[in-house]
Unconditional design. Sequence first.
Length: 95
Amino acid sequence: MVARIFKPTKNAMQSGMKRSKKWHFEYAPKQSRELDPLMGWTSSADMQGQIRLTFDSKEDAVAYAERNNIDYVVQEPHVRKKRLKNYADVFGFRG
């Protein structure tokens, strides 16, 4: 049972960073999803795939995994580059 500790990325449909400040802890799937032939839904018998815990810091998530003897992988978040924008640059000459 291997868990993944990560910080989610910003939603592409919104400009805010609301749900990307906390760290998430979720288990890797043990088995693949199956397709129901009648309804076309996907399902899995893996109940740990439904568990997602939220922590305020990466250290809290790592401490939880070590306290419960869970193997884990930490995925560091990508740092956004901030581009300074100036209103005058819209009208500048780029030749």
